[in-house]
Each structure stands twice: as C-alpha cells, then as structure tokens.
Design a protein around this ligand. Structure first.
Ligand SMILES: Cc1cc2nc3c(=O)[nH]c(=O)nc-3n(C[C@H](O)[C@H](O)[C@H](O)COP(=O)(O)O)c2cc1C
Length: 354
C-alpha cells in the first residue's frame, strides 16, 4: 500500500505545485515564416513512427498513474481521451501491481477503454526482467517504457541510493522483451553520451524527459516537507536542450526513435520539439490536470486544438510531414544558443541544413 499511497500523493502534490522553476527552454527557439508554402492543409500528415510503431499523430499521453483501485477512474479517463484522439498512451509504473498483485484493475481498464490503441507498459529501469513480461501482458502493451528517476529517488526518504547496474539491466530486458523498449527520463533530461549508451544496449526509442515541466524533486521535497531540498529544484537539462543532445545520436540511427517530453504545454512547444528533431512528444501533467478539473471532453478538445495548431504551424513553415518539419530552419537564442556553443555543436548545421 505504500506505493499506492505514494502515487496518490504525487497526483495531489502535482496539482498544487505546477511546473518549474526551470522552463523547458522552448522560448529560445523561433521558426522562420514561409510566405509561399504551396500546401493544402488537408494534405499535411501528422503521422509518425516511434519504436517502429506507426502513430496517427505525434502526441503521446505519457506515464502517470495506476497501482491502486482508486486510481482506475483517472486511467479510464486518460484511456478514453487516447481512444478518441488517437494518441498513444503510457500507463504509470506497474511494479507494485506485478509484484504484489495490487490495483491490477487500474491498469487493465486502460486496455478495456482503448482496445485498439497504442499502449505502453511502464516499469523502473532497474526492474528484473522476469516481471517485464507480466507488465506487458497486463495491458497487452505495444511497447515498454523503462523510467529513470535518479534525482527523484535521492529526495525520497525511502528512495534508492545505489544506482549501479542499470545499463546492464536494461540490456538484459531489451534482449528478452517481445516488444520495443523505450527508456525515458522523468524530468531531468539526457545527454548525448547516455543516449548513445542506451542505444548500444538495444533500446529502440528514447524519451528525453527533460526539465521544465512536472518537477518530481519539488513533489518529493513537498512530500517530506523539507525545504532544505529547494536549492536542487532547478536541477536537470531543459527539454529543448536535451532534444538537441539526443538527436545527434538518434538522427544517424535508422531504427531508433526520439520522444520529447517535459513541459510540453502548447502546440508551439510541441512544434518546436518536433522541429528540433523529435519524432513524437509526450505530455503528462497538463493532460492530467485537464481531466481532473474539466473531464474527458475538455481534454479531447485541448488535444484536438493542439493538433490543429500544429498542422497550421507546419503549413506556415512549408512542411507537409513530420520528417520535413525536422528540416525547417530555426533561430536560437539564450541558453539554447549557449548550450550549442558549449557542447561543440555546429550551429549552422543545426539551424539551417538539418
Ligand atoms: C502524477 C504523475 C505521476 C507520474 N508517474 C509516472 C510513472 O509512474 N512512471 C513514469 O515513467 N513517469 C511518471 N510520471 C512522469 C511523466 O510521465 C513525465 O515524464 C513527466 O511528468 C514530465 O512530463 P510533463 O512535464 O508533461 O508532466 C508521472 C507524472 C505525473 C504528473
């Protein structure tokens, strides 16, 4: 029950705390308007591929919840939103349910209300490979997310302190898993060095899970009511920066995919993440908030509007597919500009000829 209680506390504190203190970094990315797009908006394709799975649009409802019967209602609503919008969806961590057989129904409900959708299972990246199969079976998952949350664990009083052996464990899981494996961060981002290590282990797709959105360090600090952790709340690599890091590795790897998540809050954020090099974007916090405060139909409207605006932005940059969109010229400023310089990237190549 400790895990289930923690999941409930996370939702409660998340709604109180909101995003930040970092931004996701998208304010430092600008598009170049194309006044002669020569496109019909009906012919603009939002379909994309992630982990060798075809998606009708590039928006993933990212991992949030499950693990106690009382959480089934939230997962049912999220599944309904995913079914209507055609978005892929990931469930929250299934570890407690697989090990203790608690709250299984709160996950099964996701497949029940979205029988034909793309659904991802979710476990910690240190989960033993024998439980992976059970998590996948529980929801007939199309893929498996393994989450990394080292910084969060360090703030949790009951959290792990030993993080040895993760890469080896991920490699074992990838070798056995019957579905594509996605490794995701949960709000601190990834650098190109770790992305390369993960792909070398057999991981199919990466979700950079950058800083600037839901902040689990803040949530855990609030849960233990200890303001001593406050100076660490800006830790992590902002999502926009982390996409640039990851794309240098995934772009040259034809069988991998890149998901951008962490602080995607608008159609413009989504568009910038895709233009920076992501194949799809994940949103968790704002969709959860929408269903909690206004229900399923408002969340559906929100996503429908975001996808319509994405289509408009693609038209305004003269791009008819997500693949084209990754080559649209961009302008960089602020921290993103500094990041490109400090990490030795080729600025004209990133901004113009990608
Ligand atoms: C209440 C809540 C619970 C979450 N639980 C999980 C989880 O069980 N597994 C996981 O991989 N990520 C979990 N996440 C993290 C999200 O999937 C996502 O990585 C993070 O919230 C950043 O995205 P956002 O800024 O759009 O919220 C959770 C997020 C929220 C808001």
């Amino acid at each position: 029950m400790i895990r289930a209680k923690r999941k409930m506390d996370h939702i409660k504190l998340f709604t109180l705390l909101g995003d930040g203190p970092l931004t996701a970094g998208f304010e430092d990315v600008r598009f170049m308007h194309n006044c002669l797009p020569d496109l019909d908006s009906q012919n603009i394709k939002l379909s994309t591929n992630i982990a060798n799975i075809k998606l009708s649009n590039p928006l993933l409802i990212n991992a949030i919840t499950g693990g106690a019967d009382v959480l089934a209602a939230d997962n049912q609503m999220l599944a309904e939103v995913a079914a209507v919008t055609g978005c892929a969806m990931a469930v929250g961590s299934q570890y407690g349910s697989v090990i203790r057989k608690e709250g299984i129904m709160s996950f099964e409900v996701v497949r029940k209300y979205n029988p034909k959708g793309i659904i991802f299972a979710n476990l910690s990246a240190d989960a033993k490979s024998d439980i992976v199969e059970k998590a996948i079976e529980m929801i007939a998952a199309d893929g498996l997310q393994l989450h990394l949350n080292v910084a969060q664990e360090l703030v949790m009083p009951e959290g792990d302190r030993n993080f040895c052996g993760y890469l080896h464990n991920i490699e074992l899981i990838c070798a056995k898993a019957q579905v594509p494996v996605i490794v995701k961060e949960t709000g601190c981002g990834m650098t190109r060095e770790q992305v390369r290590q993960l792909l070398n282990c057999g991981v199919t797709a990466i979700d950079v899970g950058g800083a600037g959105g839901t902040n689990f360090l803040a949530i855990e600090a609030a849960r233990r009511q200890d303001s001593g952790y406050n100076e660490m709340l800006g830790w992590g690599i902002q999502t926009a920066l982390s996409i640039l890091e990851a794309r240098t590795i995934t772009a040259g790897n034809s069988c991998s995919g890149l998901i951008a998540s962490g602080g995607i809050r608008s159609a413009l954020d989504m568009a910038k993440a895709l233009a920076l090099g992501a194949d799809a974007v994940g949103m968790a916090g704002n969709i959860l908030l929408k269903i909690k405060l206004e229900g399923v139909s408002s969340a559906v409207q929100q996503i429908t509007k975001m996808l319509e605006l994405l289509r408009n932005i693609m038209l305004l940059t003269g791009c008819k597919s997500i693949a084209d969109f990754r080559n649209t010229p961009l302008l960089f400023s602020g921290i993103l500009f500094e990041h490109i310089t400090c990490r030795g990237y080729n600025l004209p190549a990133i901004s113009n000829q990608r």
